[in-house]
Write a protein that binds this ligand. Structure first.
Ligand SMILES: [Zn+2]
Length: 250
């Protein structure tokens, strides 16, 4: 912890790279959790594909709106707040997240790069123009729901997330890799390091000479990449790290 705090406080450029673990600590279900209600008999991975949306848009749109309702009801945790504090205290920093929720934004992070898209940026499935976000609340047991129609071409509106089998948004991935090559410290938080190509980000940073600090309750394949491993939940490890790095500001 002391060594991590030292390199972090001296860094000019920090990349914070986050995955499902930090959101799970706020109560956001992960893809590994069993689905409930209407969704119980479905496999999350099978619902998150372009084919599923094409076959049954009401089922898939209803599921994503339900997920958005779930996320609206949870709050950023001290881990998200510590990430925003690191950003505020480092001259150049960027948050790169694999999460599709808005918990970094709500904790005060400025413009996190969403590698896998966002539940809060719906767009037209036909013309790709962004679409207004519906403001309805979904029932807790879930329901089928017809997707809204695009204002420009009346195509169906789809969730602004990256589905299985789809490429990551090119510009965002390019910026993320660029940031990873150019940072002094990369903090990887709550990610298994198994989902590619996102998992390359910490490896790129290490290859270009950054110190990689990992925060995760469990060992992951990134243990070998990280110079420093801090085992524990983000909500306890990160605030302690911020206090240790900037004692006079805490
Ligand atoms: Zn359209």
């Amino acid at each position: 912890m002391r060594e991590a705090a030292k390199v972090l406080s001296q860094a000019r450029r920090v990349v914070v790279f986050t995955g499902a673990g930090i959101s799970a600590e706020s109560g956001v279900p992960t893809f590994r959790d069993a689905l409930t209600g209407l969704w119980e008999r479905f496999d999350a991975q099978a619902l998150a594909t372009p084919q599923a949306f094409q076959d049954d848009p009401d089922l898939v749109w209803g599921w994503y709106e339900w997920r958005r309702t779930v996320i609206r009801r949870v709050h950023p945790n001290p881990g998200h707040e510590a990430v925003a504090a690191i950003e505020a205290r480092t001259p150049r920093s960027v948050v790169i997240t694999q999460n599709v929720d808005d918990l970094h934004e709500r904790a005060g992070s400025a413009g996190p790069l969403h590698l896998h898209g966002s539940l809060f940026e719906p767009r037209c499935a036909s013309c790709a123009r962004s679409a207004p976000m519906p403001d309805g609340e979904e029932p807790s047991e879930g329901r089928r729901l017809a997707p809204p129609r695009c204002e420009h071409c009346s195509g169906p509106v789809r969730p602004g997330v990256v589905w299985f089998g789809e490429a990551l948004p090119e510009q965002i991935l390019e910026t993320a890799v660029q940031e990873a090559t150019d940072c002094d410290v990369l903090l990887t938080i709550g990610t298994s390091g198994l989902v590619y190509p996102a998992a390359e980000i910490p490896k790129v940073a290490a290859m270009f000479g950054a110190t990689v600090i990992q925060v995760n309750p469990q060992p992951t394949p990134l243990d070998a990449v990280a110079g420093i491993n801090l085992h524990g939940p983000a909500a306890t490890v990160l605030p302690a790290l911020v206090t240790a790095a900037w004692p006079s500001l805490s």
